[in-house]
Design a protein around this ligand. Structure first.
Ligand code: MG
Length: 317
């Protein structure tokens, strides 16, 4: 099966769907117009853009797969060519419906944060909600809030739900996954704790600033990922490796996280799970993001997400 991904790119200010093969980015609608045996008129699935495709994944997966395989074999670049480098500024592949974040889901990360965990048998995942409005795309700037001095990085495997589910068991949980991406769960450590209330933590405040959820560079369909628990993750700041681990180190697997969440609420297509970060965050080293930094976050078989960092300005959106 050919490896491919779906993304979103800017054509001037307009967002359009992208089909990615190796390093080549194609306009999805154009590829469909040229290559799809049914022609555009019978392909209503492309009309909703990448957001619509991922939310209807169960019904459109085979069509997208057929298109990707046809593009992989296509050789006439005068009729269909990849977008030129200057024409493919990528956006976040989708605008998530909701972002669920797993806290302390890697043992070594829990240890570096001083978090004492119960045994897995005596515990459940700890999940918080991160505002969907914090989403930004590849190359977009992460802005450091004025009220924080301790903004930190967290590379995580992002799981995109493609099919509604409620009360699914871990065994069947991956049937509801459309694909995988990279998410950086940016966190203001000094605002994630509170001393003015007895509640200690403030996950909303620490996690939900605008630009705190870089997502991308695209979504790789679940069918192209053999095992989501066997992917290496590497995050660098200005070319210095900070996090280097594997998803096989997760405490609660993707399957178990979906089963847990779906026991609480109905997971919807377009929901994103940020599945926890491995060891190597700045908090444990006493260093934090500063203006001018560039973060590079890569996950095996998915791709690389780059984001520069800048001081917050009063009108950056
Ligand atoms: Mg996290």
């Amino acid at each position: 099966m050919v490896w491919f991904a779906l993304g979103t790119y800017y054509d001037a200010s307009e967002k359009k769907s992208a089909l990615v093969l190796d390093d080549d980015v194609y306009d999805l609608v154009e590829a469909c117009r040229v290559l799809h045996p049914k022609g555009l008129e019978n392909n209503a699935w492309i009309a909703g853009g990448t957001d619509g495709i991922m939310r209807d994944w169960n019904n459109v997966e085979s069509e997208v797969q057929a298109l990707a395989e046809a593009v992989a074999k296509w050789e006439d670049t005068e009729v269909l060519a990849p977008l030129a480098d200057g024409k493919k500024k990528l956006a976040a592949p989708i605008q998530p419906e909701r972002i669920f974040g797993a806290a302390a889901n890697y043992v070594e990360h829990a240890n570096e944060m001083g978090t004492v965990l119960a045994t897995k048998a005596e515990s459940n995942p700890y999940v918080f909600l991160k505002a969907d409005s914090s989403t930004i795309g590849p190359g977009d700037t992460i802005y450091l809030p004025k009220q924080s001095k301790m903004v930190d990085w967290e590379i995580e495997l992002a799981v995109i739900i493609g099919r509604q589910c409620h009360h699914v068991d871990a065994e069947s949980a991956l049937d509801y996954v459309a694909g995988y991406s990279v998410i950086n769960d940016i966190t203001a450590r000094d605002l994630n704790v509170r001393t003015d209330y007895p509640f200690k933590f403030d996950w909303f405040q620490g996690k939900s600033f605008d630009t705190f959820a870089p997502l991308g560079p695209w979504i790789v369909p679940a069918s192209c990922i053999n095992d989501p628990q066997a992917l290496s993750l590497v995050l660098s700041i200005n070319d210095e490796v900070m996090q280097d681990s594997s998803t096989d180190e997760m405490i609660y697997t993707v399957r178990e996280q979906i089963a847990y969440l779906s026991s609480i609420l109905t997971l919807r297509p377009g929901d994103v799970l940020a599945t926890g970060t491995p060891t190597g965050v700045g908090m444990a080293r006493g260093i934090f993001l500063k203006p001018g930094d560039v973060i590079t976050a890569s996950i095996e078989n998915i791709g690389t997400l780059n984001n520069p960092v800048a001081a917050q300005t009063h009108a950056y959106l």
